[in-house]
Write a protein that binds this ligand. Structure first.
Ligand SMILES: C[S@@+](CC[C@H](N)C(=O)[O-])C[C@H]1O[C@@H](n2cnc3c(N)ncnc32)[C@H](O)[C@@H]1O
Length: 212
């Protein structure tokens, strides 16, 4: 499948995102990833901001990332941390990975950007072992339908073009539920806490489980 590349975004995002790590994002990553173990797949790993937060209990880490610059930075990050990570080119919608083969799949700030969210979630479900977990930190659309309509319009004219294909109105929790996951472990929280209003503040946080 031909994906539109976002090379410019891949250049500026890593530096811009760094400022959020100290405003609670790093803490959220650590809390969420601290419970992962076994064979883990990360989709859309970007520059590898999650890598420092995986515990020793993770025995193998595979990371799929479509942007070349991001993959290079992710490999540099893994090397700097002395952590073995297999960083590969690919897209969440088409994972060249076996069925039922991962204990956890990690998606942080990426299900907003995949081109076909239902397909990506179906692929995540496919590669997870029965009982395996989708670990999620994703900004989602407002619960208010009128605000969501505004978000959709703003995405179309500006936001998605500037932010590497990101969409702010997605109902990601509903999509994960619809795909067949058990979603009791997911909740919506306002994040990050900033002194100014941020369009992408409602976040879906937690874990969804593939039924056994
Ligand atoms: C906002 S960045 C988040 C990066 C990282 N997950 C994090 O938490 O910092 C979104 C990432 O998703 C990647 N991405 C976009 N479309 C994708 C797709 N279809 N499959 C996998 N990754 C994708 C982008 O290249 C980018 O690295």
């Amino acid at each position: 499948m031909g994906r539109r590349s976002h090379r410019l975004f891949a250049r500026w995002y890593p530096k811009a995102a760094a400022s959020l790590e100290d405003r609670g994002l790093g803490e959220q990553r650590a809390r969420l990833l601290g419970g992962t173990s076994g064979r883990v797949l990360e989709i859309g790993c970007g520059h590898g901001a999650n890598f420092a937060h995986y515990p020793e209990a993770v025995t193998e880490l595979v990371a799929v990332e479509p942007e070349e610059r991001m993959r290079d930075l992710a490999r540099e990050r893994a090397d700097a941390l002395g952590r073995e990570v297999t960083v590969v080119d690919g897209q969440a919608e088409h994972l060249a990975l076996e069925n039922d083969s991962f204990d956890a799949v990690v998606a942080t700030l990426v299900l907003c950007s995949v081109e076909d969210q239902d397909k990506a979630i179906a692929e995540i479900l496919r590669v997870l072992k029965p009982g395996g977990e989708l670990v999620c930190l994703e900004h989602v659309g407002s619960a208010n339908r009128a605000i969501r309509a505004g978000e959709t319009a703003f995405d179309a004219v500006l936001w998605s073009h500037v932010f590497g294909g990101c969409h702010t109105a997605r109902e990601t929790g509903a999509a994960i539920d619809r795909a067949g996951f058990e979603t009791d472990g997911l909740e919506t929280r306002k994040f990050p806490t900033l002194p100014y209003p941020l369009k992408v503040s409602p976040h879906l946080v937690g874990t969804a489980r593939k039924p056994k």
